[in-house]
Structures are given as structure tokens and as C-alpha cells.
Design a protein. Sequence first.
Lengths: 286, 273
Amino acid sequence: MRFPSWCLLILFLVPARSAWAQVDLTGEWSPRKYNDHRDIGDYTGIPLNEEGRLRARSWAPNQADIPENVCRLHPPDLGYRVGPSDLSIEKELDRYTRQVIAYHIHSYWSEETIWMDGRPHPPEHALHTRGGFSTGRWEGNTLIYTSTHLKEAYLTRAGVPRSAKATVTKRITRYGNYLTMVIIVEDPAYLTEPYMREETWVNAPEQVVSPFACEPVAEGTILPAGTVPSYLPGQNDALWDFAIEFGIPPDATQGGAETTDPEYIEKMKKMKTLPRTTRTHYLRQG
Amino acid sequence: MLSRVFLSALLLGIGADLEAQAQGAALRTGQAAALNDLTGYWVSVVTEDWRLRMIVPDPHDYQTLPLTAAATKVADAWNPAADQAAGNQCRSYGAAAIMRVPGRLHIYWQDDNTLRIDTDSGTQTRLFHFGGAAPRSIAPEWQGYSVASWLGQKPISTAGAGRPPSQGTRIGGQAAVERREDVAPGQGQLKAVTTRMRPGYLRKNGVPYSGDATLEEYFDRFRGPNGDTWLVVTIIVTDPQYLVEPYITNVHFKKIPDGSGWDPTPCRVDQPR
């Protein structure tokens, strides 16, 4: 029995089409870092409350040099937004039913597992981790998942805090060779409103995500033993550099839900700015 | 011989099925085929790129942009007064930039096949045309010509794994025929491809896009965990003249009940909106 050659051609083409129709999120995804970059004192657009603002102002960059922080992973809600944030997405199948049990998302900074099998979230006081505990569902062609049990971490690499009480909801939608993720952080401790951001990746089949290579340091190696760098209220001498550098009213740089509204542009015209004595200062992206 | 007949019938079945779906979609108007309701009033919530959107960026601030040398040269020569004098004050309100300008949107169906977006910032109008390609002879405009379509079909029977349990019954172990159906109302996305744009600015400080640029956008409306309704737009600008690779950003808008707060402005070269 021989098939005509045209049959073989069509058989070859049909599976290629099916691969797209399945809205397969798995594979390698390369980030495009065109959204947002943050400096010290730049809390713009973040709906911080007073407690969050106070914590952010006390942050010092060399907190990253404390031994327990040197190899600390970012949580996914930050790690996906700071370089390198190449993604590798895999699915885990049940051996017998072939249903998806979970998706695993790996990036340089973070790991997370999204359980798709209907299991509940653990009790409130169960273990909190960097990746948290996530459960997902499909809504049309969008994967939606909710993460709880997250360890305290940061919303930006410049010290804006996110508490362990936060819930993070993510939506992943594939548009052909693009993957858009919407990240919504709800944090009753430090935010007055949900904080929403997005990121888009490009399909990159040849990409290899690096493992997180980090060597712990001994106490006292970088900083004197027992030191915890921080600023007391009113003593952060770098706090207003961002406002000065870009000519933004200092109050506008401190975040708050009101600052995200287009009408705030008019309000800023009546606010005081500081003399632009510098155009550069310490910069940390994210 | 029997296998040959069976295979031919199978393949013809696939073709007929897909053709029927395509014809069905083509017969429906853009409004009738809508897989999500984008209409209503929306307001920007500026949580990202705040300093690039809520104030006018300094000259020469091109951070994060994948520019060609030619683009940098043009941007370095930015002269807002000259734009004003030449009647080009809307350059930073063109289709490739307008969704990033803080402001409000009013989205509604102008007719069965045209979804309209009015912006209060710059008082611009975008028209998303369903059911056809861009006309070949059309004069470039700030908002260009946008061809729109709905995204949102899911497989209802495919072999193998990868689908969540909630999306239909798996055909156990068989090499199944692919069939697709629309997602539930409210779960689809809008795709728009815009061409024929007048050369404009990607960033308020004179970073250019050319008349050869193509704008690809995806609009996703959904309800957030706290009940707010959101519109997220993924914006992809491709420009062989001024970008070394596609420039991809995202913005989001929150649904508001009505047009209160609507604040139409003229195009302005020295204001963020």
C-alpha cells in the first residue's frame, strides 16, 4: 500500500498547524526589556501606602551584600522583570491520563510551579517560599494563576517592599511568537491598590536558560560582621537624587495611587521641584 | 485501496471543516463576531515608564529604545518649535505612540465593521476596520489604517496532552482531527495591524518612527481579582528604518463608568498629554 505524494505533503502540513492551535506556552522565551527601569528613590506609579514608603526609604543598596542575601533569588513577580529574565516553560503530564498536572516556569532568578490539577492552596501558615504556591486555570486561551505563600521580597530592585501577605495573579497569553504576562500584585501590608505590570517575551527556540550560579560568601567578607545597611527616617541622602536628576517634584516620586492618574500631570505643575544639580546617580534597574 | 479512500475522506473532512469555519467567520461582522466587549470609557493607569509618560523626557533620553544610528541622528535634532511651526504638533500622538500617552479612551462601534477609539489626549480618533485588508492607495495619516480581527479559538479535539481538563474531552490515544471553536464571550482578544502612518514620534522627545513602520497591537479585556475591569494593550512597533528590532511595550487602562473626567486636549509639543 502506497500513499500518493500529495497525501504525504498534507500530512506533513496538518500537524504544523495544530501546534499553533493548541496555544502551547511551553518552550523558550526571550525577554524584551522595554518596560520600566528604576532608580533609588523612584517609586513612581507604585500605589504604596505610608508603611511601604517608609520601608522603601530605609533601603540601602548594599543590603544585597549581607551573606544571607548574596544568593537570594528574586520572587517571580520581580524576577520576570529584571534581566536576565529568559523563560523556559515546561509542562508536567500525568503518566496515565496525559492531562497537564503542572506548568514549571524557570528563569535565571526564579522558579515557580503552577498546579493545574485542582489541588487547594495550603493553610495560611504553611511554608512560604520565593516562588510561592500557585494554582492555575485556563480562561479561553489565557493561563491565569494565583500565587500565595510568598516570602517577603521586593517589587523593584531599588528596595520597594512586597510583604509575605501578598497575593500575585498572573495572566499569560500567547500571541503567535509573543508571550505577554500581566502581573497583578495585591499586598494589604504595603499597597493601597493592586499594582499591575506587564512583560512580553519573544519565542526563542535556541535559547538556553542559565542555571543560577551563585557562591555564598562568609560573614564579614564584604561587610563587617553583624552589619545591616539601612537608613533611619530622614537620613537617606540619595532619596531625592532621582527627583533632582529628572526635574520631577519630589513628592511625585514617592508613589501612591493618585500619581498613576493622568490628572496628576496637572497637579504636578503646581508642585515644587528641586534644582537640577545632577543628571546621574546610582542606578539599579528593575 | 480502502486505506487510501479513508485517508482521502479524512483529509477532505479536515479541509471542509476549516473552510466552513473560515466562511462562517467571514460572514459575520466585526461586531457580531466580537469575542470580547472593549466598548466604554477607559483611563490610563500609569504604573510603568512613569517618568517617560507623565513628564516630557529630556532631549537625548533614549533609554531602553532599540534605535538605529539613523534614528538617533533624527532624535538628536529634535526641535519642538519647528514641529509647532510646521503644523506637526501631533507627531507624538500618532498610532504607534498614542496608547502610551496618559489619558482616557472612549471605545465604541462606529458601524458593524468599524470599532472606534477616541482619545482625549490629543483628541485623536483611531478606526479599526474588520473584514478586509488596508486599501493600497490611501494617504498616510497620524493614525494610519488599522485592520482588525478577533483572536480566540481553542481546539476542541486534538490528540495528545497539553490541554487543561476543563477544555473538553480528550480523544484517548487517537490521532484526532483538529477542530476549533470560539472561546466563550469575554475571553477573546482583539488584534490590530496598522500601516500607512505618517512619520511620528515614539517618544515625546523626538524619537522617530518612519512611514514604513508597522504597528501590531493586541487588546485584552478582563476582570481583575478585585473586580476592576482592565484593558491591557501589547504594542509591537516594527520599523526597518529606525528600529533594529521590534519595540515591544505594554500599557493598561481601567474601565470607568462614564465620560466624566474626559478632558480633550489639542496636540501639544511641550506637554506629556
